[in-house]
Design a protein around this ligand. Sequence first.
Ligand code: ZN
Ligand code: ZN
Length: 417
Amino acid sequence: MTIVPQNTHSVDAAKLEKLAEVAVKVGLQLQKGQDLVITAPVVAMPLVRLITRHAYIAGAGLVTTFYADEEATLARYEHAPDESFDRASSWLYEGMAKAYANGSARLAIAGDNPLLLSGQDPSKVARANRANSAAYKPALEKISNFDINWNIVSYPNPSWAKVVFPDDPEEIAVAKLAKAIFAASRVDVPDPIGAWAEHNANLHKRSAWMNEQRFSTLHFQGPGTDLKVGLADGHEWHGGASTAKNGVTCNPNIPTEEVFTTPHALRVEGHVSSTKPLSHQGTLIDNIQVRFEGGRIVEAKASRGEEVLNKVLDTDEGARRLGEVALVPHSSPISASGILFYNTLFDENASCHIALGQCYSKCFIDGAKLSQEQIKAQGGNSSLIHIDWMIGSDKVDIDGIKPDGSKVPVMRRGEWA
Ligand code: ZN
Ligand code: ZN
């Protein structure tokens, strides 16, 4: 049991400080006088303290942190009354939604144990997730509509480190995971802020090329995969830093290697196999195989976590349709590290991926001006969930298909063609 953070001695303090600075200056571009809401696991307290300090140095108004604790979550699964699994702390999410509506920025620290709930009753896990998603919706909408600047960074939580490096003692595992997080987050270089500017310029170049092509469909082919993903009408590719509706240009994900856009909710055909396990809310779903008809998943299998997968798909109608398609070269630094992180923030940036559920309105031309009805009419999906899973590898080819039927190679064997 961990009550206070004990692993700080195996995490490089100087690099942790740089990560905090990058989160505030690159991830959030926190504005003078802007409030900040932080959510974090309690073990990430050393990083929260550094981020809070850098936020105030940058001129933050009020910084408010909400901590979660894995031990407390497990206690709930062991002892809470059954009916409570259909409830969530909606007052908290309403408060967060209010804070975002009033202009607060949002920072989440990721790093939960990917297997925390793997021993718990899958139907309880699904009910709790569903209740949580429904309660979280007003706050999540402000984030997925990009109303505000927001950012996610990670902290090497010991329980996560032990899943990634099971054969190492905890202290070594934490040190290794910390090193991998710092490398992927580009804070292990002399000038992280400059490195991020260069990286953002590269991602902008890639997304500009995809936007020039005006593909109507992407065709993925590889082992167990033959999938045509129709793109939404008026879709726009994004990658790297982008500008929220409040006018602030930020990097929502650290790390990020993807260029991504919105697929058409009704125009996805064929079958696809996952290429990495998906860690979803404390359970692992592996070897996913699904078949799409008219944009909808009509068949879904998994070698592990199939029950959880099917419960996820039953969340709502939009949970069976795609809200994102993203391209990441197989040679991306995270992929090249060879580490399977069991954490979507990292694994999705090691591989091409698709997401079930909610689309991002910013992935449309003039997306900020479109109503929910217009987004839907152009093929944008809506759902309580947004779950990315990995479908890319060095064995997958991607062609772009234009409205006249002509084909352009986009990726060959997992690399930009
Ligand atoms: Zn993505
Ligand atoms: Zn996503």
